[in-house]
Design a protein around this ligand. Sequence first.
Ligand code: TYD
Ligand code: MG
Length: 464
Amino acid sequence: MKTDIVFVCTECGKQMLKWMGRCPGCGEWHTVVEREIARSKGGGVGSLEKRTGNVVPLTEIQGDTVPRMKTGIQELDRVLGGGMVRRSVILLGGDPGIGKSTLLMQALGVMAARGETVLYVSGEESLEQLKLRAERLDVKSPEFLILVENELEPIMEKMGDVQASVVVIDSVQSICSRSSDSLPGSVTQVRHVAGTVLDRVKRGSAACFIVGHVTKDGVLAGPKVLEHMVDTVLYFEGERGHAYRILRGVKNRFGSATEIGVFEMGDRGLAEVSNPSELFLSERPQGVSGSAVTALVEGTRPILAEIQALVTGPIPGQGRRTCLGTDSQRLALMIAVIEKKLGLALGDQDIFLNAVGGVRAVEPASDLAVAAALLSSFLERSITGGTLVFGEVGLAGEVRRVSKSEARINEASRLGFNRIIAPAANVEPVPATSGIKVVGVSHIEELSGLLFDSDGSAEIKTKR
Ligand code: TYD
Ligand code: MG
């Protein structure tokens, strides 16, 4: 069935035949989004108005009919929800130097090599700098067009002239408009530039990436102010001194916003990491206390990650709590549960918790691993080799069922773990995967008896 495009206000639901920056229905700015709907028999766009008032069977509504352009970089395409959608604006945020320009130049390079016209607008780098990077990345297609320009108006003109499938604006902070007298990079300028680009993209046929640097203090003129305007928001993250980079979906009007893509920065640009678990576990110390491995699920993909805890003390007064890549609220909760249910006093201990390798272990399914790492460090006992722990812990100390347990167990098994401590409620439906033993726990009190080579509960008693 053929489809038509309508524009709908996400605030009041008003439908329009063309995109507008401000909804004529409710007066809100940047709330109008594009929708595709099936064309009814004999009816053009004109019949839309009639259809909206009618009751329509759910099964007759066309599902994911949005045509997508693949960038050819799988990790990027997946985070985008299967590729770029025409007339959509994607914000790519991240720290300066993290690799945003590199990622986009590579993606556009792949598209250009396929014969698609792409336009890369840079307000930050010279033609020579761009050429050097292109050489490094082996991008050398005549379809790859470059424009070095800081002013918005000529950029808009050129965008109309070249009719590219994808346009990159790098970066929004480096472009200024003649019609606005505030400084480049200021909130007003950034909003104005993004708003104008958005307006143009909605009227054309290209997909557009806008690069936004995250300023250290986070909010000021950062991409945050643009998040509500654009269709998709991606953040590129990583730690200095480490080669891996994580591309994280934060908002996506055309797909899941929970996907992540993993890359490794090398001499010739970013390489896709299709096995992130191996990467995150590669430097894992063996046989030391305070380290537990858990299975996270990011989007559709299970990822194994190491949780490290360091519990030191006693110190005079209240101990410090420091979290990296983990949730401080959930840590506080786990500490409280351990104190209350296991009778251990952690109040005067400094506690550091780290999800190693730049992953973020913030889902409740990592609770049990946090508890395991804390116990392991506090008791100075290493967790038995080959053991992986996952499960949510409730305030009563109960271990609760988590989603996608089969995917987590399979990933663990693939990477050589042979013993899994999981919520008892999750254990049954798991098929007996060869060589892997799944032990169910229903209360945190059972944990110390399972983690170590010999029963840890005796040690807990002496520590009380
Ligand atoms: P860049 O894409 O310019 O970052 P951003 O646009 O986010 O500011 O990446 C800059 C860093 O990446 C720089 O420190 C050099 C490094 N790099 C590599 O290690 N290998 C490469 O192939 C490229 C192109 C860059
Ligand atoms: Mg850059």
